[in-house]
Design a binder for this molecule. Structure first.
Ligand code: XMP
Length: 509
């Protein structure tokens, strides 16, 4: 296993998955994790991530210096290199020429970390500080035009540092460097598989919960579905799932979830039909944040009422993923976190006083999908587009009413069916229909009509933080539009949203 000490790098999250892509298990740990704790792990190596701070600034994050006595190789990347070098006696200062973007790395020593690389290669750098004086026992492995110590090695400790980022795709040979570190330097076997993750996670869930009952809010989305089936594999009947029907689900969604989890996996699934309460609370409300607040509060009320019926429930399982950890962690002082009130990450546990079980905390979405496939979840479920916790409630701009919900459900079903029929579903990251609170004039037969507008939105993205609109072929858009206008009563116009994120968001509210 490789421990990644996280100093808050914007690329830090990538390192973990790059390591796993080389079939080596990795876990992200807080920057200051004590060496004694790391020593308890089956550790083969440590990576110190980059980070935005300056190593000499007051309060800059540090690692426990004893990690250099653990007798495992350590690779410092960017800030991680500067920190490691500083601890081992080098001098770091503000660089005369800062390096942002591409640089050419020229090799000086290709015996270990930089083995199998050409004389020169492009690397991606992003730093204002750099090592300006190497201490004793350091050797230089590579340099760039403005950075004389772009890659270094300590001859007594097993420490390596690179001032650039081997984990990003803009460093085309970065993979070779990581491979050299993992396989040749750390001696990792490279035989870790997702199935190992499943086995290890099952063991750790069993150890964590003992014979207590775990409850899990199931939404039918990929994350909660994978969590539920993983935990069910670990503890069987000790798991109770709760599905809150908020009345804002897509057509047949509740039935599909029940069929999969209750009938197919034989999981104890309790459905709370709270749709009347949600719709009553939303009556007359049009302000988006207000709608989200109401939906969040009703969700907690529904969940609480059902959870109270389950004796011995001590744990709450959640489908928190690594990007959620990053985003919720950055809430303080990050204005981006206040753009929308996401109701499903955080909030719930503190209120209810459960201990958390979060087996997917270290994974990215596509890795969760691999776990889902491994657990035998239906393909449709594993490859589902994300669906927001507040459901169709945030896709109806304006007031949510039963009639408007029916219009949107019908349009949504056609959109998804046609995207699947055109073979585009997997290429598109998320597709949705929005009911716009505008009526426009049309002509149907010889009659004038004055009906609603449906907006279609489809985006392509890997992280859902930035996204581009999907270039769906016109004939597919045309077919979707014709079907919606012909089949959905109350709609006479369909438009396609061609905004990217930012500045638009993916959902309309
Ligand atoms: P935005 O609209 O912020 O959406 O660009 C980014 C991704 O998050 C989803 N989303 C939510 N997911 N609870 C969720 O579970 C929420 O409250 C929520 N709001 C937006 C959205 O569908 C997209 O995938």
């Amino acid at each position: 296993m490789i421990a990644i000490l996280d100093f808050g790098s914007q690329y830090g999250q990538l390192i973990a998955r790059r390591v796993r892509e080389h079939n080596v298990y990795s876990r992200i740990c807080p920057a200051g994790t004590p060496a004694s704790e790391l020593a308890k792990m089956p550790l083969k190596g440590i990576i110190l991530s980059g980070g935005p701070a300056s190593v000499y600034a007051p309060g800059a994050p540090k690692c426990d210096e004893k990690i250099f006595d653990l007798d495992v190789p350590i690779l410092g990347i960017c800030y991680g290199m500067q920190l490691g070098c500083q601890i081992l006696g080098a001098e770091i200062t503000r660089a005369v020429s800062r390096e942002y973007g591409r640089a050419t790395l020229r090799m000086i020593d290709r015996s270990d970390l930089l083995a199998n690389l050409p004389e020169e290669t492009l690397v991606w750098a992003s730093h204002g500080d750099q090592v300006t004086k190497l201490g004793r026992n350091f050797e230089t492995l590579g340099e760039t035009k403005t950075c004389p110590y772009a890659a270094v090695r300590h001859t007594k400790k097993q420490f390596y540092g690179v001032q650039f980022h081997p984990e990003v795709s803009h460093t085309p040979k970065g993979d070779i460097i990581l491979k050299n570190f993992l396989y040749s330097i750390c001696g990792c076997a490279g035989d870790w598989k997702m199935s190992d993750f499943v086995g290890e996670t099952i063991d750790s869930v069993r150890r964590q919960v003992g014979d207590a009952t775990v409850i899990c809010g199931l939404s039918g989305g990929v994350d909660s579905s994978v969590v539920a089936s993983l935990i069910h594999k670990a503890i069987g009947d000790q798991l109770v799932c709760i599905l809150v029907d908020n009345g804002l689900l897509r057509r047949n969604e509740r039935q599909t979830i029940v069929a999969t989890f209750r009938d197919h996996f034989h999981i104890d699934l309790r459905v709370v039909d709270w749709s009347q309460q949600f719709l009553a609370a939303l009556q007359g409300v049009t302000e988006p944040q207000q709608k989200r607040k109401i939906i969040g509060a009703e969700f907690i009320a529904a969940f609480k009422s059902e959870a109270a019926k389950i004796p011995n429930a001590r744990f709450l399982a959640q489908g928190t993923l690594y990007p959620d950890v990053i985003e919720s962690g950055s809430k303080d002082g990050n204005p981006a976190a206040n753009i929308k009130l996401h109701h499903n990450v955080g909030g719930l546990p503190a209120e209810l006083g459960f201990e958390l079980v979060e087996p997917l905390r270290d994974l990215f979405k596509d890795e969760v999908r691999l776990v889902g496939e491994h657990l035998g979840l239906p393909e449709d479920m594993v490859w589902r587009h994300p669906f927001p916790g507040p459901g169709l409630g945030v896709r109806i701009v304006g007031e949510v009413t039963p009639e408007r919900l029916e219009v949107l459900r019908a349009a949504d079903e056609i959109l998804i069916d046609e995207i699947k029929a055109a073979g585009l579903y997997r290429q598109i990251s998320q597709a949705l229909a929005v009911l716009v609170p505008v009526s426009t004039v049309g002509v149907m037969g010889d009659e004038r009509s004055y009906e609603s507008v449906i907006a279609l939105r489809a985006v392509e993205t890997t992280d859902f933080m930035t996204a581009d609109f999907s270039h769906i072929p016109y004939d597919v858009l045309g077919l979707i539009s014709t079907r919606i206008i012909n089949e959905v009563r109350g709609v006479n116009r369909v438009v396609y949203d061609v905004s990217s994120k930012p500045p638009a968001t993916i959902e309309w509210e």
